[in-house]
Design a binder for this molecule. Structure first.
Ligand SMILES: Cc1cc2nc3c(=O)[nH]c(=O)nc-3n(C[C@H](O)[C@H](O)[C@H](O)COP(=O)(O)OP(=O)(O)OC[C@H]3O[C@@H](n4cnc5c(N)ncnc54)[C@H](O)[C@@H]3O)c2cc1C
Length: 315
C-alpha cells in the first residue's frame, strides 16, 4: 500500500488543465495501490488553488506558499518535503516544461524510478506504463520494478478530475535552500499571452493555405466563431505565426471542444497534439488525407471556397 502525491501546475495566476488530469491519473494509482491521494499546490495563490484542487477522491491538499511563478528550487524542495511528510512513494507530475525541469532532480534525490511522458498505465501488482516513441508511430510499455516511482503524465490523456472533495487542506512551510538562482519574472514567447491549450474552439491552419497573405481568411473564420487560431508546424517554421500557436509533438497538446483543421494533412506529429479534441472537423482537397481518419466531420473541398462560405454562415 502506497500513498500517491500529485503536483499541480499553474501559470500566470491560473491552474493549468493538466493539474486536474494528473489528479485523475493519481486517483487511479491510489485506488490500485490502496493508498491515499495527496495533491500539492506550490507557489502562486495557493489558498485558491488548494480549494480548486480539492476534487472527489483527494484525501489531502498541501499548500506551499512561495513566490508567484515557477521556480525549480522551490518545486524540488517542496516536493521533497512533502515526500518526507507524507507516506507517498509514488509521485505524479505533469509532463510539461516545468514538470520535466524538477522531476528528474526529485527522482534522483529520493531514489524514485522516473518514467516520463506516460499516456496510460495499468497497475496489477506492479506498474506498466504506456509511452509513445518515434513521433507516436510506436507504442511501448515499460514495466516498473517496485512501488517507488515518479511518473510525468502527458496532457490530454486523462479526463480531468471532477466533483468537489472533502480533503483536509494544510499549509506547509518549506525551507528552500538558496541555490543563488532567482526568478525575476515571466515572459511569454512571441505571440502574446495566448495559450492555445486553454481554447474551447481552435481554427488550425496548415500548408494548404499556401501564402502568408491568405491567413486573413482563417483569421476571419476564427473571429466569426469566437475561436483561437492555431497552426501546423510548417506555418510556424515559415514564421507566419508564432511558436506558441503550434499544435503537435513539438508544439502544444490541445483538447478543445472543437478543432477545425484547415488544409492540414494529419501527419502523426500533428495528430499527437490534437487527437484528444472532442469534435474534429477537417477541410481538405485530398479525400485520402489522414486527417479524415480521425475527423468527426470532413469537408472534401478547396479551403478557398469552403472557408468564405463558413464565414458567411457564422459571421
Ligand atoms: C520531429 C518532428 C516533429 C514534428 N512536430 C510537429 C508538430 O509539432 N506539429 C506539426 O504540425 N507538425 C510537426 N512535424 C511535421 C509533420 O511531420 C508534418 O510535416 C506537418 O504536420 C505537415 O503540416 P501540414 O499538414 O500543414 O502540411 P502538409 O502535410 O503539406 O499538408 C497540407 C494539406 O493541405 C491540403 N491542401 C492543399 N491545398 C488545399 C486547399 N486549397 N484546400 C484544402 N486543403 C488543401 C493538402 O491536401 C494536404 O493534405 C514534425 C516533424 C518531425 C520530424
Amino acid at each position: 500500500m502506497s500513498d500517491v502525491l500529485v503536483v499541480s501546475e499553474h501559470r500566470r495566476g491560473e491552474l493549468r488543465d493538466v493539474s486536474y488530469e494528473a489528479i485523475e491519473a493519481g486517483r487511479e494509482l491510489a485506488d490500485a495501490q490502496g493508498g491515499d491521494l495527496h495533491v500539492a499546490a506550490v507557489g502562486g495563490d495557493v489558498d485558491r488553488f488548494a480549494e480548486d484542487l480539492n476534487r472527489e477522491g483527494v484525501d489531502a491538499v498541501h499548500a506551499v506558499a512561495n513566490g508567484e511563478e515557477f521556480d525549480h528550487n522551490v518545486y524540488q524542495s517542496a516536493v521533497g518535503a512533502l515526500l518526507e511528510k507524507t507516506d507517498a512513494e509514488t509521485v505524479v507530475v505533469p509532463n510539461s516544461v516545468n514538470g520535466l525541469d524538477y522531476a528528474p532532480a526529485v527522482a534522483e534525490a529520493y531514489d524514485l524510478q522516473l518514467v516520463t511522458d506516460a499516456i496510460g498505465f495499468e497497475y496489477d501488482d506492479g506498474l506498466t506504463v504506456t509511452r509513445e516513441m518515434y513521433g507516436s508511430k510506436v507504442e511501448t510499455t515499460v514495466d516498473v520494478d517496485g512501488d517507488r516511482f515518479l511518473l510525468t503524465v502527458r496532457g490530454g490523456e486523462w479526463a480531468p478530475a471532477e466533483g468537489v472533495g472533502d480533503a483536509s487542506v494544510e499549509s506547509v512551510d518549506v525551507d528552500h535552500p538558496d541555490s543563488g538562482a532567482r526568478v525575476t519574472g515571466f515572459e511569454e514567447v512571441g505571440g502574446g499571452d495566448v495559450d492555445i491549450a486553454d481554447a474551447d474552439v481552435l481554427v488550425s491552419v496548415g500548408r494548404g493555405i499556401e501564402e502568408e497573405e491568405n491567413l486573413e481568411l482563417v483569421e476571419e473564420l476564427a473571429d466569426a466563431l469566437g475561436a483561437t487560431l492555431s497552426a501546423s508546424r510548417p506555418i510556424v517554421d515559415n514564421g507566419w505565426l508564432p511558436k506558441n500557436r503550434q499544435v503537435g509533438q513539438s508544439g502544444k497538446v490541445v483538447t478543445p471542444d472543437v478543432y477545425i483543421a484547415v488544409g492540414i494533412s494529419g501527419a502523426v506529429q500533428h495528430v499527437a497534439g490534437m487527437k484528444g479534441s472532442d469534435t474534429i472537423v477537417a477541410i481538405n482537397t485530398d479525400p485520402n488525407a489522414p486527417i479524415f481518419d480521425i475527423a468527426d466531420y470532413g469537408i472534401v473541398g478547396d479551403l478557398f471556397d469552403v472557408v468564405p462560405e463558413l464565414v458567411d454562415e457564422f459571421a
